[in-house]
Write a protein that binds this ligand. Structure first.
Ligand code: CFN
Ligand code: HCA
Length: 541
């Protein structure tokens, strides 16, 4: 709910108060990472994708997490060898809940963690021998389709040459063995690791098969979907019902075999823009495949994304089938969502997640009557917050009959719609531009947008805004719950999911409602109920 000018000013003052606890330099830095939404200021800017200041308790992860944990880890038929101390591998073992299944007899290594378990002596004398032995053991016992070797911090520091080791192993075994120099300290967050993984997958695997045509009609790839808690399975269920042929999912429940054919798709869907935009852009550059930003989180966003896809292909039969499937799905979920809404209506949330969910989940919260009063990303870039300049520019083909392409920004191609000119007027306003808004423009006046939210600020903003629920990760979850507020992990979905698509939205609504109705909260007193929140002196008379 948008606040009045007066209330917005109060929020701005409250923010200054929170920042007062910092030393001057830190205060200046953190102020630039926080925006109080105020439409009267015009386009609001934010600092993002910069180094977290030492001493600050951040929720961010590292480049290794972004490369191995996020992008590579879900690929099930490859062995992902972590070259480093055991902790790096252990903490990335199953915690992200990216699910994968295979038919009987096919390679599925999703539940394994392979690590060279580097010791002090390896750091002193070098760890390459250990890595070579590890590859031998893994290839011989597990029979993977390909191998990845990911570097952790010490590898770069001592100079182990994982590239040469990979090359030699590839020659020996005749399967791709790829090395990733994603040492944790590279860049400022997971984001650097995404980029490293994207580059190597594109160079080595995507498009490496001889297949020239897709194996089905309306062939698509789903990029930036990691099948957390089964999300991708729910999305694919609906897409297949409509009649799409899913060539590959990157990288949820993904496989080497699927990725090789990914260049044959006619359209790339981008669910998480932050982690895989590089591949979308490279596929567009190399194969001319356009990409479409989608959001399968929330009932309305899912329906909108399906409509956008049908519009892209422009086939009236597909458009009609899409509407039929949407109607069938809505009939099943809308009534149930209304029931949950009754229990959640009027509540408020913080929505702080990694690089895309902080934005994606706000619509779903809204569908059950919950307003997001503070949101942010751990490591997103400025365009994820601020959006991009939108200049719709529709170019017709040579005989002026079909739309050849629609550019939505100055120099980036986005759509090559094969739609007859006559339909232009009809679809013009439906071209999905909302994504280009970024998070800030989609939020109400008086809300806070916080980049790289830290421990101190989490506590302070909770005291200020008294939210009813927080979307968070594991590092902040329990601190929040000890403050008497339910926390829903939007990374791993706690032990639940799927949350994507139509049925996922219902599961989310159910879990959030359960969070509120749990009797646990009767045993905990939030800080503002046990200590005074007003400060001042009492004078007589
Ligand atoms: S599944 Fe994705 S949706 S890939 Fe990314 S930016 Fe992480 S692992 Mo945690 S939940 Fe999170 Fe996003 Fe994309 Fe996940 S919001 S932080 S690196 N993320
Ligand atoms: C990562 C992975 C993570 C961590 C989640 C959390 C995930 O960044 O290394 O902090 O709870 O989703 O598993 O984002």
């Amino acid at each position: 709910m948008a606040l009045s000018k007066h209330e917005i000013e109060k929020r701005k003052k409250a923010l200054e108060k929170i920042l007062e606890a910092y030393p001057a330099k830190t205060k200046k830095n953190r102020r630039s990472h926080i925006v109080v939404r105020d439409t009267s200021e015009g386009a609001q800017e934010i600092t993002a994708n910069t180094r977290t200041l030492p001493g600050i308790m951040t929720n961010r992860g590292c480049a290794f997490a972004g490369c191995k944990g996020v992008v590579l880890g879900p690929i099930k038929d490859m062995a992902h060898i972590v070259h480093g101390p055991i902790g790096c591998s252990y903490y990335a073992w199953g915690t992200r809940r990216n699910k994968a299944k295979t038919a009987e007899g096919e390679v599925n290594l999703i539940n394994y963690a392979f690590s060279t378990d580097m010791q002090e002596s390896d750091v002193v004398f070098g760890g390459e021998k250990k890595l070579i032995a590890m590859i031998d053991e893994v290839v011989e016992t597990m029979k993977p389709k390909a191998v990845t070797i990911t570097a952790t911090c010490p590898v770069g520091l001592i100079g182990d040459d994982i590239g040469s080791v990979a090359k030699a192993a590839e020659k020996k075994y005749g399967i791709p063995v790829m090395s990733f120099n994603c040492e944790g300290y590279k860049g400022v967050s997971q984001s650097a690791g995404h980029h490293i993984a994207n580059n190597v997958l594109m160079q080595r695997i995507i498009g490496s098969s001889d297949l020239e045509e897709p194996a089905g009609k309306y062939a698509i790839n789903i990029l930036g979907e990691y099948n957390i808690g089964g999300d991708s399975w729910e999305i694919e269920r609906v897409l297949k019902d409509i009649g799409y042929h899913v060539v590959s999912v990157m990288t949820g429940d993904g496989s080497y075999e699927q990725l090789k054919d990914a260049h044959t798709a006619e359209l790339n869907l981008v669910q998480c823009h932050r982690s895989i935009n590089y591949i979308a852009e490279m596929l567009e550059e190399k194969y001319g495949t356009p990409w479409l930003k989608v959001n399968f989180i929330g009932v309305q966003s899912t329906a909108q994304s399906l409509r956008d896809m049908a519009l892209y292909f422009g086939d009236p039969a597909l458009i009609q089938k899409t509407e039929e499937v949407i109607a069938k799905e809505l009939a099943q979920v809308e009534v149930v969502m209304e029931q949950y809404k009754k229990l959640c209506e009027g509540k408020t949330a913080f929505c702080f997640v990694g690089g895309s969910r902080g934005h994606h989940y706000q619509g779903l919260f809204k569908e059950i009557g919950i307003d997001t009063v503070l949101a942010g990303y751990e490591f997103a870039h400025r365009d994820d917050y601020e959006g991009r300049e939108v200049i719709p520019n529709i170019k017709m083909d040579a005989d002026n009959k079909n739309i050849e392409e629609i550019k939505v920004t100055k120099d980036e191609k986005r759509y090559k719609l094969k739609i007859p000119k006559e339909r232009l007027e009809e679809i013009k306003d439906k071209i999905p531009l909302s994504y280009y808004n970024g998070m800030i423009k989609d939020m109400d006046d008086g809300t806070f947008i916080v980049d790289d939210l830290n421990h101190y600020e989490t506590e302070e903003f909770i005291k200020l805004l008294k939210p009813d629920i927080l979307a968070s990760g594991i590092k902040d979850k329990y601190v929040i719950q000890k403050m008497g507020i339910p926390s829903k992990q939007l990374h791993s979905y706690d032990y639940s999911g799927p949350y994507a698509g139509f049925k996922g939205a219902v599961k989310f609504a159910e879990d959030v409602t359960m969070g509120f109705t749990s009797p646990t909260w009767n045993y905990i007193v939030p800080p503002w109920k046990s200590s005074p929140t007003l400060e001042g002196t009492v004078t007589e008379g």
